[in-house]
Design a protein around this ligand. Structure first.
Ligand SMILES: NC(=O)C1=CN([C@@H]2O[C@H](COP(=O)(O)OP(=O)(O)OC[C@H]3O[C@@H](n4cnc5c(N)ncnc54)[C@H](OP(=O)(O)O)[C@@H]3O)[C@@H](O)[C@H]2O)C=CC1
Ligand SMILES: Nc1nc2c(c(=O)[nH]1)N=C([C@H](O)[C@@H](O)CO)CN2
Length: 230
């Protein structure tokens, strides 16, 4: 039986790319989305990954991607909503545009893709189908200066629970809530020495656990070293 592909949004770099490479290592067909062409995509294509351009900055962009996704596959084993932006709250004059931008990528895109691609997951002939939302451990405590980011990630966390109930029992829906796992260029974390920044492997370990367990749905798994979840 041929395997259905796993879709990862924002798979051209960092966490998404790491998970895409690891899923290919584990023998899964993979579809990744990207906004701009780059060298890493060539490497993924050489390994057989399908790459689809997608800009979730507008409803039209999301729906355009969904149409091309449905043209590219007749089923899906899983959808990993990894795409996201880490934006600080700007000056009030620009705050509306920032909030809308984060709402689109963190909430509207997962919402519309899940609803429109449900039939692709249902068409999967494998015993398990999964949706995984990548949220953020910051949801538990809020984020001074990144309130729009935290609020839209909280919305994605809520969508996890709603879709888990709505899609049961044929599709499992869970979230992974990372703490700081990969630094950005020029970002030294909070400067404290004891704060370990583990890299993307801890996220793939958690994704692997969810994909391999057919009795887990509606959960949010914090991956933050216990920093904010205990
Ligand atoms: N890094 C960390 O320590 C943490 C990460 N997370 C979450 O984990 C996920 C991955 O993190 P990380 O790898 O650092 O993320 P990145 O900042 O590298 O962004 C991931 C991808 O999201 C895509 N993306 C962003 N906005 C849009 C959009 N409007 N439409 C389509 N694609 C978009 C980008 O695609 P492209 O590059 O092609 O433009 C990018 O490659 C994110 O959701 C993030 O919020 C949560 C907590 C901590
Ligand atoms: N889309 C992104 N989301 C987040 C990032 C990132 O780099 N891209 N980084 C974090 C870190 O936890 C933050 O502390 C700064 O690196 C949160 N979300």
């Amino acid at each position: 039986m041929s395997q259905s592909p796993i879709l990862i949004t924002g798979g051209a770099q960092r966490l998404g790319r790491h998970c895409a490479e690891r899923l290919l290592d584990d023998g899964h067909p993979v579809i990744v989305t990207y906004r701009r062409e780059r060298e890493t995509l060539s490497g993924l294509r050489e390994r057989g990954a399908v790459t689809l351009a997608a800009d979730f900055g507008s409803e039209a962009g999301i729906l355009d991607f969904i149409a091309r996704l449905r043209d590219s596959t007749s089923s899906l084993r899983a959808i990993i909503h990894n795409a996201g932006e880490w934006l600080s709250d700007p000056e009030p004059e620009a705050a509306g545009a920032t909030f809308e931008r984060l709402f689109r990528v963190h909430m509207q895109a997962p919402y519309l893709i899940n609803l429109h691609a449900r039939s692709l997951l249902e068409a999967c002939q494998e015993p398990q189908r999964d949706i995984v939302h990548i949220t953020d451990s910051v949801v538990q405590r809020g984020a001074s200066g990144q309130s729009a980011y935290a609020a839209t990630k909280a919305g994605l966390e809520s969508l996890t629970r709603s879709f888990a109930a709505q899609f049961a029992p044929t599709i499992q829906v869970n979230a992974i809530a990372p703490g700081l796992v990969m630094l950005n260029e020029g970002d030294d974390g909070d400067g404290s020495r004891e704060r370990r920044v583990p890299g993307p492997g801890v996220i793939y370990q958690t994704l692997r656990y969810l994909l391999d367990n057919d009795f887990v749905s509606g959960t949010v798994v914090p991956v933050d070293g216990g920093r904010y979840s205990v």
